[in-house]
Structures are given as C-alpha cells and as structure tokens.
Design a protein around this ligand. Structure first.
Ligand SMILES: *[C@@H]1O[C@H](CO)[C@@H](O)[C@H](O)[C@H]1NC(C)=O
Ligand SMILES: *[C@@H]1O[C@H](CO)[C@@H](O)[C@H](O)[C@H]1NC(C)=O
Ligand SMILES: *[C@@H]1O[C@H](CO)[C@@H](O)[C@H](O)[C@H]1NC(C)=O
Ligand SMILES: *[C@@H]1O[C@H](CO)[C@@H](O)[C@H](O)[C@H]1NC(C)=O
Ligand SMILES: *[C@@H]1O[C@H](CO)[C@@H](O)[C@H](O)[C@H]1NC(C)=O
Ligand SMILES: *[C@@H]1O[C@H](CO)[C@@H](O)[C@H](O)[C@H]1NC(C)=O
Ligand SMILES: *[C@@H]1O[C@H](CO)[C@@H](O)[C@H](O)[C@H]1NC(C)=O
Ligand SMILES: *[C@@H]1O[C@H](CO)[C@@H](O)[C@H](O)[C@H]1NC(C)=O
Ligand SMILES: *[C@@H]1O[C@H](CO)[C@@H](O)[C@H](O)[C@H]1NC(C)=O
Length: 309
C-alpha cells in the first residue's frame, strides 16, 4: 500500500518536473509554436530586460501569432537555454533579364541591439555562376569580407560543395552585431542566364544550408534563411558577476556560470545531474535518473525498516 502510494507520488513528481514551464511563474512561455524560456518573455515583468523581449504579434486573420525579437521585425524561430537564438533573415539577390539588365535587386541587413551573430555556427554564403558578394559591418563595426563564385555550366557544380563553383562560403568574424549583405556580378549574367539568372547572398546557419544545383535557377523560391545568434546575460565575466549576488542571474540552486566565447556577458547552466532553467530560482531539477535512484534508496530504507521492526 505504502509502496503503491510512493510510486504514485513519484509519477506525480516526474510529471510535475516535465510539465513545469521554462518561463517565470505566471508568465506565458509560448508564442505560436515557439517555446520562450526565461530570461526571454513576452510581457513586462516576464523578461530580464528589454533585450530579452519577445513581441508576440497576434494576427487578425487567425494565422498563428508571430514572435519578433525585441521591438524589431526579425522573426524568432527558436530559443534554446544553451545560449542560441535562431531568427530568419532575408536573402540578398540581384536578378538580370536576358539582355543583361538588372531587374530585381534587394539587399539584406541585420541590426541587433544586444546579441551577436554566432561566428562558429554561421557562414556567409553566395550562390551563382557570375557572382561577387560582400558582407560589411556598419560604421561602428568595421569589417568587410566576401567571396566569388563562377561557373559556365550546371554540370560543373557539385551539390553540397561551396568552394567557388556555383557556391562560395566564408566565415564571419567574432563580435558581429550588424551586417549588410550585397551581391553583384562580374559580367551581367548573359552567358549563364539560361540556368542562372540571379546572384544570391546571405548569412546562414551552417547546418541549415546545403548547396544544390537547383538553387541556381531561383533559389527554390526561398526568400529567408535561418541564422544563429549568441545570447548571454549581463556584460561581465562569471567571476565579476558573482561578486554581486543580487544581480547574478544564475539563480537556481545547482546551477553554474560559464563565459561565452563570442559575446561579452555570461551564461548559466544546470549542474550535471540536474536539468531545467538555471535562470529561475528552483529552475534546476534532479533528472529522472536521479529520482529513480532516490526512489531505489527510499525503497531499500523501507525494506530495512521493515526488517528491523
Ligand atoms: C506587431 O504588432 C504591432 C501592433 O499591431 C504593430 O505596430 C507592429 O508593427 C507589429 N510588428 C511587426 C514586426 O509586424
Ligand atoms: C526590418 O526592417 C528593416 C528596416 O525597415 C528592413 O531593412 C529589414 O529588411 C526588415 N527585416 C525583416 C526581417 O523584415
Ligand atoms: C529548437 O531547437 C531545439 C534544440 O536544437 C530543438 O530540439 C527543437 O526542436 C527546435 N524547435 C524548433 C521549433 O525548431
Ligand atoms: C530588360 O530590362 C530592361 C529594363 O527593364 C528592358 O528595357 C528590356 O526590354 C528587358 N529585356 C528583355 C529581353 O526582357
Ligand atoms: C552584358 O554583357 C555583354 C558581354 O560582356 C555585353 O555585350 C552587353 O552589352 C552587356 N549588357 C548590358 C545590358 O550591360
Ligand atoms: C571605421 O572606419 C571608418 C572609416 O575608415 C572610421 O572613420 C571609423 O572611425 C572606424 N570605426 C571604428 C569603430 O573603428
Ligand atoms: C543536386 O540534387 C538535386 C536533387 O536534390 C538533383 O536534382 C540535381 O541534379 C543535383 N545536381 C547535381 C549537379 O548533382
Ligand atoms: C553593462 O551593464 C551595465 C548595467 O546593465 C550598464 O550600465 C553598462 O552600460 C553596460 N556596459 C556595457 C559596456 O555595455
Ligand atoms: C571567464 O573569463 C574570464 C576572463 O576572460 C576568465 O578569467 C575566467 O576564468 C573565465 N571563467 C570561466 C568560468 O570560464
């Protein structure tokens, strides 16, 4: 009987741990299909500071609500507690008509208030057979890099390969908070127009893009690609932040601080054997594995107590 009650309790505990939200108590942790863990939040009092605001725009036409980063217009795709934030950005393009005149030109810019473009998870990429592409920082962030991609027939390109034939790639520097992407051509696409009327360029999550020869025609009609941002809290290192416990954001017992390699500021994680949200008091819970062993121990104690009686 007692045993039954205990396993029942255990199930309740496990369910409770699983179901417990990642947001502050009383705060919504969703916007459409996006899960929003604290320090992010959608309403006042639910996020750490303005940079963690997610504007959840309810549309009037009944389609799912759209999450935007801060008060800007970048759509959020995913937020993870290990310090990654995915947003979608535009693909820059320049398209020519048969006589070699540009008919459709658009750039792509990103201006982030606080977070940085991950230099390890993203690549600057250009697609085309008569393509020269550049990515530049703003006046505050002086950097320029780019790449060149050429080819004279579709047969020469290799799917999955961005080494300058149909597709080229280059890394982006550390510490990038804004960029603008521009694309152009050496000639005017007349010699490749039949299979490649446009040049394309974008910063993209490395794992989310694989070049295909099908992209040469119309980029398979995609206009946006995902990009990974690094998010951190504060602007101090772990050691500095720990000096003032009132503002130290690793609030959970059984949590740890770690530095970011790209951005200033720090991150928190649950200690080994615990999982959940380290930014919330009581956020890090023992994993089911631990609960299982705790249960075993309790059972053993009960059996021992019975034997002793
Ligand atoms: C979100 O909705 C508000 C109010 O309807 C509107 O002013 C704002 O422009 C919308 N933001 C975006 C990025 O669409
Ligand atoms: C956001 O707005 C800026 C300025 O109006 C524009 O250049 C940019 O393309 C927009 N980005 C998105 C994702 O809508
Ligand atoms: C967000 O990222 C996490 C971790 O990479 C993944 O498990 C989850 O499925 C992603 N969610 C969406 C909506 O892409
Ligand atoms: C190319 O575009 C220019 C400018 O829009 C136009 O004058 C010309 O007729 C176009 N040529 C073709 C072949 O479509
Ligand atoms: C495009 O390039 C070709 C070859 O270099 C040239 O003959 C033609 O005049 C160019 N067309 C335009 C519109 O610049
Ligand atoms: C960036 O470059 C411009 C022009 O060369 C210069 O005036 C400016 O001071 C530089 N800014 C930084 C932050 O280095
Ligand atoms: C690349 O893959 C697509 C299908 O994914 C295929 O249709 C195309 O022929 C391939 N191109 C090359 C050059 O192998
Ligand atoms: C660091 O954060 C503090 C408090 O949020 C702020 O006053 C200060 O301006 C920030 N410094 C930098 C370099 O961002
Ligand atoms: C964080 O960075 C500081 C300064 O670079 C370094 O002294 C410290 O050891 C790092 N702390 C952790 C926990 O990695």
């Amino acid at each position: 009987m007692a045993l039954h009650r205990m396993s029942f309790l255990l199930v309740v505990i496990i369910l409770a741990t699983k179901a417990s939200g990642q947001s502050k108590p009383g705060c919504s942790d969703r916007c459409g299909s996006l899960t929003i863990p604290y320090p992010f939040g959608t309403t006042s009092g639910c996020y750490l500071d303005e940079s963690f605001l997610v504007s959840c725009n309810i549309s009037s036409d009944g389609s799912p609500p759209n999450p935007f980063l801060g008060r800007g217009n970048a759509t959020i795709l995913n937020i993870t507690l290990d310090g990654e934030l995915r947003i979608s950005t535009f693909v820059a393009r320049k398209c020519y008509n048969q006589s070699g005149l540009p008919i459709d030109v658009s750039g792509s810019t990103l201006n982030l208030a606080r977070f940085l473009v991950s230099n390890t998870k993203n690549k600057f990429t250009a697609v085309g057979c008569d393509t020269i592409a550049l990515v530049l920082g703003s006046e505050m962030q002086n950097y320029t890099t780019g790449c060149l991609s050429l080819c004279d027939k579709v047969g020469n390109v290799v799917n999955g390969s961005c080494s300058g034939v149909g597709c080229c790639q280059t890394s982006i520097p550390q510490g990038v908070r804004d960029f603008s992407v521009g694309v152009s051509s050496l000639g005017n696409h007349t010699s490749v127009f039949d299979f490649n009327p446009c040049s394309y360029a974008f910063v993209v999550e490395d794992d989310a893009y694989s070049f295909s020869s099908l992209d040469l025609r119309d980029f398979q009609k995609r206009t946006t690609v995902p990009i990974v941002l690094d998010w951190t809290v504060g602007n101090l290192t772990c050691e500095e932040a720990q000096k003032d416990l009132a503002s130290y954001e690793c609030r959970a017992a059984n949590s740890q601080c770690y530095n970011s390699s790209n951005a200033f500021g720090y991150r928190c994680k649950c200690s080994s054997g615990f999982e959940g949200n380290p930014y919330l008091v009581d956020g890090c819970q023992g994993t089911q594995y631990n609960l299982y062993f705790k249960m075993k121990l309790k059972k053993l104690m009960m059996i021992r107590n019975c034997l002793l009686l």
